[in-house]
Ligand binder design. Structure first.
Ligand code: CMP
Length: 140
Protein backbone atom coordinates (compact mmCIF):
# COMPACT_ATOMS: atom_id res chain seq x y z
CA UNK A 1 0.00 0.00 0.00
CA UNK A 2 1.18 3.54 -0.82
CA UNK A 3 2.60 5.29 2.26
CA UNK A 4 1.23 8.73 3.16
CA UNK A 5 3.34 11.85 3.07
CA UNK A 6 2.08 13.63 6.22
CA UNK A 7 2.70 13.13 9.93
CA UNK A 8 1.85 15.04 13.11
CA UNK A 9 4.40 16.02 15.69
CA UNK A 10 4.29 17.72 19.09
CA UNK A 11 7.36 19.20 20.75
CA UNK A 12 6.47 18.41 24.36
CA UNK A 13 6.40 20.80 27.37
CA UNK A 14 9.83 19.78 28.72
CA UNK A 15 11.59 20.54 25.43
CA UNK A 16 9.68 23.81 24.96
CA UNK A 17 10.58 24.91 28.50
CA UNK A 18 14.26 24.23 27.81
CA UNK A 19 14.19 26.36 24.62
CA UNK A 20 14.72 23.37 22.35
CA UNK A 21 12.06 24.41 19.79
CA UNK A 22 14.63 26.04 17.47
CA UNK A 23 17.19 23.21 17.44
CA UNK A 24 14.48 20.55 17.02
CA UNK A 25 12.80 22.37 14.11
CA UNK A 26 16.27 22.80 12.57
CA UNK A 27 16.88 19.05 12.66
CA UNK A 28 13.41 18.40 11.23
CA UNK A 29 14.07 20.75 8.28
CA UNK A 30 17.62 19.47 7.72
CA UNK A 31 16.16 15.98 7.36
CA UNK A 32 13.89 16.96 4.50
CA UNK A 33 10.57 17.54 6.24
CA UNK A 34 8.47 20.53 5.17
CA UNK A 35 6.31 22.25 7.79
CA UNK A 36 2.72 22.35 6.46
CA UNK A 37 1.08 23.78 9.62
CA UNK A 38 2.39 24.77 13.04
CA UNK A 39 1.18 26.32 16.31
CA UNK A 40 2.41 27.02 19.83
CA UNK A 41 -0.43 26.04 22.13
CA UNK A 42 -1.17 24.79 25.64
CA UNK A 43 -3.38 21.70 26.01
CA UNK A 44 -5.90 21.54 28.81
CA UNK A 45 -5.98 18.31 30.81
CA UNK A 46 -9.17 17.33 28.98
CA UNK A 47 -7.59 17.99 25.57
CA UNK A 48 -4.52 15.92 26.49
CA UNK A 49 -6.81 13.07 27.59
CA UNK A 50 -8.64 13.32 24.29
CA UNK A 51 -5.44 13.34 22.19
CA UNK A 52 -4.02 10.33 24.02
CA UNK A 53 -7.37 8.49 24.43
CA UNK A 54 -5.80 5.42 22.77
CA UNK A 55 -3.64 5.01 25.93
CA UNK A 56 -6.53 5.38 28.42
CA UNK A 57 -6.33 2.72 31.12
CA UNK A 58 -2.58 2.18 30.78
CA UNK A 59 -0.54 2.68 33.95
CA UNK A 60 1.27 5.75 32.55
CA UNK A 61 -1.86 7.52 31.24
CA UNK A 62 -2.47 9.97 34.12
CA UNK A 63 1.20 11.01 34.29
CA UNK A 64 1.29 11.39 30.50
CA UNK A 65 -1.73 13.69 30.26
CA UNK A 66 -0.68 15.69 33.34
CA UNK A 67 2.73 16.26 31.78
CA UNK A 68 1.33 17.07 28.34
CA UNK A 69 -0.94 19.75 29.84
CA UNK A 70 1.78 21.19 32.12
CA UNK A 71 3.03 23.84 29.68
CA UNK A 72 3.09 25.00 26.07
CA UNK A 73 3.74 22.59 23.21
CA UNK A 74 4.42 23.04 19.51
CA UNK A 75 2.14 21.03 17.24
CA UNK A 76 3.03 20.69 13.56
CA UNK A 77 2.04 18.82 10.42
CA UNK A 78 5.12 17.66 8.51
CA UNK A 79 5.45 16.50 4.92
CA UNK A 80 7.93 14.04 3.40
CA UNK A 81 7.69 10.79 1.44
CA UNK A 82 6.79 7.95 3.82
CA UNK A 83 6.43 10.62 6.52
CA UNK A 84 5.28 8.49 9.47
CA UNK A 85 8.12 5.97 9.38
CA UNK A 86 10.72 8.47 8.27
CA UNK A 87 9.84 10.76 11.20
CA UNK A 88 9.80 7.89 13.70
CA UNK A 89 13.30 7.02 12.53
CA UNK A 90 14.37 10.63 13.08
CA UNK A 91 12.96 10.92 16.62
CA UNK A 92 14.16 7.49 17.79
CA UNK A 93 12.72 4.96 20.24
CA UNK A 94 10.01 6.03 22.71
CA UNK A 95 12.42 5.34 25.56
CA UNK A 96 15.36 7.71 24.98
CA UNK A 97 17.77 5.27 26.62
CA UNK A 98 17.03 2.95 23.66
CA UNK A 99 17.09 5.69 21.01
CA UNK A 100 19.87 5.68 18.41
CA UNK A 101 22.68 8.22 18.55
CA UNK A 102 21.74 11.46 16.77
CA UNK A 103 17.97 10.99 17.06
CA UNK A 104 15.89 13.84 18.50
CA UNK A 105 14.91 11.88 21.60
CA UNK A 106 18.50 10.81 22.22
CA UNK A 107 19.54 14.45 21.99
CA UNK A 108 16.70 16.16 23.88
CA UNK A 109 14.57 13.71 25.92
CA UNK A 110 14.83 13.49 29.70
CA UNK A 111 13.06 10.14 30.21
CA UNK A 112 10.45 7.76 28.77
CA UNK A 113 7.58 9.88 30.10
CA UNK A 114 9.31 13.21 29.28
CA UNK A 115 10.57 12.19 25.85
CA UNK A 116 10.75 15.59 24.11
CA UNK A 117 8.67 14.86 21.02
CA UNK A 118 5.72 12.91 19.64
CA UNK A 119 5.31 11.42 16.17
CA UNK A 120 2.21 9.71 14.74
CA UNK A 121 2.44 5.90 14.58
CA UNK A 122 0.38 5.30 11.42
CA UNK A 123 -1.04 7.17 8.43
CA UNK A 124 -4.51 6.75 9.88
CA UNK A 125 -3.50 8.28 13.22
CA UNK A 126 -1.55 11.05 11.46
CA UNK A 127 -4.82 12.19 9.83
CA UNK A 128 -6.74 12.00 13.12
CA UNK A 129 -3.99 13.82 15.05
CA UNK A 130 -3.54 16.54 12.39
CA UNK A 131 -7.28 17.26 12.48
CA UNK A 132 -7.10 17.47 16.30
CA UNK A 133 -4.98 20.64 15.97
CA UNK A 134 -5.68 22.02 12.49
CA UNK A 135 -8.57 22.38 10.10
CA UNK A 136 -8.15 21.73 6.38
CA UNK A 137 -7.59 25.42 5.58
CA UNK A 138 -4.69 25.68 8.06
CA UNK A 139 -2.64 22.92 6.42
CA UNK A 140 -0.56 24.34 3.55
P1 CMP B 1 4.42 9.41 22.57
O1 CMP B 1 5.11 9.04 21.32
O2 CMP B 1 3.97 10.81 22.73
O3 CMP B 1 3.16 8.44 22.76
C1 CMP B 1 2.65 8.09 24.02
C2 CMP B 1 3.56 8.51 25.14
O4 CMP B 1 3.36 7.82 26.36
C3 CMP B 1 4.99 8.18 24.77
O5 CMP B 1 5.43 9.08 23.77
C4 CMP B 1 5.69 8.28 26.10
O6 CMP B 1 6.00 9.60 26.46
C5 CMP B 1 4.60 7.77 27.02
N1 CMP B 1 4.86 6.38 27.39
C6 CMP B 1 4.78 5.30 26.60
N2 CMP B 1 5.05 4.18 27.30
C7 CMP B 1 5.32 4.57 28.56
C8 CMP B 1 5.66 3.89 29.74
N3 CMP B 1 5.80 2.56 29.76
N4 CMP B 1 5.85 4.63 30.86
C9 CMP B 1 5.70 5.96 30.83
N5 CMP B 1 5.36 6.68 29.73
C10 CMP B 1 5.18 5.98 28.60
Amino acid sequence: MQKGNLTLTMIKPGAVKKNHIGPILGIINENGFTIKAMKLTHLTLEQAKCFYAIHKGKPFFEDLVTFMSSGPIVAAVLEKDNAVQSFRDLIGATDPSEANEGTIRRLFAESLSHNAIHGSDSDENAKIEASFFFNQMEIF
